[in-house]
Design a protein around this ligand. Structure first.
Ligand code: AMP
Length: 414
C-alpha cells in the first residue's frame, strides 16, 4: 500500500520514498489516518517500528494548511527523553518535510550544549520544536519561545521520559500548553505511572497496540552463551572473528566497564570505542556518527544506547553484562532487527548470573539453550544460594532484590 493511500500528500510520500520507505510499517498504517483525523493517539510502539515517521508524516501534513508563522509561536511540540533522540527525530522531520511547498521550520533543542545558538534558531518562531523537557523550559524562561499556540503535542518514549525523572518538567511543560490540542502518546511499555500520565493527558484516544518488537519478532535470533565472567572479552573477540560479525553493539553494566572492554578490544585488532553518559556531548555524537558511518566495528555502551538510538542495519547486539530487567532486555535487543531487517542478539551468561538469566528468560517466555563454545567451558562456581532468614514474613528477598543482587554480580568480571 502506498503512503498516499493513507491520505498523505504526494510531497510527503515522495520524501518518505527517498528515505527508503516505500510502504508504511504497521504502526504507520494505523497511526497516520488517526492523526490526520485529529484524534488523540495512544500507541504502544518500540523504536524500530517506524514510530517517528508515524507521527512526523501526519504532523507535517497538518502543518501544510498553516498560516504564516507567528513570532515565537510553536505549532507542534515533540518531547523526547534524550539528546540523541531529539537530534534523530528532528532529522527525520526535516527530511520528510523537504518537498513541501512551504517548508516548515524545525528546531531541535536539548541540554548539554550552549543555549545561545538554540535561542537564535528559535528567533521568528518555529513550526515544529523537538525538545528534551529541561532545555525546553530553560528556553521558555529565556522568553525564546511560547507554548500557548501548540496545536499538536507528541510524547515520544513516554516511559523513558518518566524513567529519566522528567515527571516534574513534563508537568510544567503541560501546564504551559493550551487546553485545546491534539496529543500523540508513544511508549514501549505501560507501567502504572505511564498509564496514569496517558489517562491524564489523552481525550478518548485511538489505541494502537503492536506486539513488542523483540521477543515476538521472529527476525531477531536470540542466543545465550555460558562463559566464565573472566573470559567474556576473549569469547566476544572469538565470536566476532569466527562469525564474521560486523558492527556490533555491546552492552555492559557500567561506564567503567564500557571503557575497559572497548579498550581491551581495541588493543586487540578490532576498531572498538565506547559510548556512555560519562562522555561529553561532542564525544557521544562523534562516536554515534562514526558508528553509523561504519567506521567502528564495535561500540561498547551502557543502557544509554538501549533506547531511542536508531542505527539502521545494526546486525548484532551482545549483552556482555546482562540487563537488570526483562524490560531492559527487550529494549537492548530491539537495537537490532529494525524495521524488518534480521538481527542477532547474544547474551553472555556466567555461572554467577545464570539465576538472573533464568528470571529474564521466564519473564520473556523464552527458553534458549545455554551454548558453550569449545575452549570456553565454564570453570567458575555458581554462588551458593544466600541463606534463608528463617522464613520471617516480609523479609524474604523479593524478585526485585534477586534481580538486583544478580545484576551486581553481573557487573564484575574481566
Ligand atoms: P523508528 O521506530 O522511528 O526509530 O524507525 C526505525 C527504523 O525504521 C528507521 O531506521 C527508519 O528509517 C526505518 N523506517 C521507518 N519507516 C519505514 C518504512 N515505512 N519502511 C522502511 N523503513 C522504515
Amino acid at each position: 500500500m502506498p503512503f498516499t493511500a493513507l491520505g498523505l500528500a504526494p510531497a510527503l510520500a515522495r520524501a518518505a520514498a527517498e528515505l527508503g520507505f516505500s510502504s508504511p510499517t504497521p504502526v504507520q498504517s494505523e497511526a497516520i489516518p488517526a492523526v490526520l483525523a485529529g484524534v488523540d493517539l495512544l500507541a504502544t510502539a518500540q523504536t524500530g517500528s517506524g514510530k517517528t515517521a508515524a507521527y512526523a508524516l501526519p504532523l507535517l501534513q497538518r502543518l501544510l494548511a498553516a498560516e504564516p508563522l507567528t513570532p515565537r509561536r510553536v505549532r507542534a511540540l515533540v518531547l523526547v527523553p534524550t539528546r540523541e533522540l531529539a537530534a534523530q527525530a528532528g532529522e527525520v522531520v526535516r527530511s520528510l518535510a523537504q518537498h513541501l511547498p512551504q517548508r516548515p521550520k524545525v528546531a531541535v533543542v536539548f541540554g548539554g550544549v550552549s543555549i545561545n545558538p538554540q535561542m537564535m534558531a528559535l528567533r521568528g518562531g518555529a513550526d515544529v520544536v523537538v525538545a528534551t523537557p529541561g532545555r525546553l523550559l530553560d528556553l521558555v524562561e529565556h522568553n525564546a519561545l511560547r507554548l500557548s499556540g501548540v496545536e499538536l503535542l507528541v510524547l515520544d518514549e513516554a516511559d523513558r521520559l518518566l524513567d529519566l525523572g522528567f515527571a516534574d518538567e513534563l508537568a510544567r511543560v503541560l501546564a504551559l500548553l493550551p487546553a485545546q490540542r491534539q496529543n500523540l502518546f508513544f511508549s514501549a511499555t505501560f507501567p502504572p505511572e505511564v498509564q496514569a500520565l496517558a489517562d491524564a493527558l489523552l481525550h478518548e484516544p485511538t489505541r494502537i497496540e503492536l506486539p513488542t518488537v523483540a521477543t515476538e519478532d521472529a527476525v531477531i535470533l536470540q542466543q545465550a552463551y555460558l562463559v566464565d565472567s573472566t573470559r567474556r572479552t576473549q569469547l566476544l573477540r572469538q565470536l566476532i572473528k569466527s562469525q564474521g560479525w560486523q558492527r556490533v553493539l555491546v552492552f555492559v553494566a557500567t561506564q567503567y566497564a564500557a571503557e575497559r572492554v572497548a579498550s581491551k578490544l581495541h588493543h586487540g585488532d578490532l576498531y572498538a570505542t565506547s559510548f556512555h553518559g560519562g562522555l561529553s556531548q561532542g564525544a557521544r555524537q562523534q562516536a554515534l556518527g562514526e558508528f553509523k558511518e561504519k567506521r567502528w566495528d564495535v561500540v561498547v555502551t551502557t543502557d544509554l544506547a538501549a533506547r531511542g538510538i536508531d542505527i539502521s542495519q545494526l546486525p548484532v547486539v551482545v549483552n556482555y553484562d546482562l540487563p537488570r530487567s526483562a524490560v531492559d532486555y527487550v529494549h537492548r535487543i530491539g537495537r537490532t532487527g529494525r524495521a524488518g531487517a534480521s538481527g542477532l542478539a547474544v547474551s553472555f551468561v556466567s555461572p554467577a548470573t545464570e539465576a538472573h538469566w533464568r528470571l529474564i528468560e521466564k519473564r520473556q517466555g523464552l527458553s534458549l539453550p545455554l551454548e558453550v563454545l569449545p575452549g570456553f567451558e565454564p570453570t567458575e562456581a555458581a554462588p551458593s544460594p544466600s541463606p534463608g532468614n528463617g522464613g520471617i514474613k516480609g523479609k524474604r528477598p523479593s524478585k526485585k532484590d534477586k534481580l538486583r543482587a544478580a545484576a551486581q554480580q553481573g557487573g564484575q568480571g574481566d
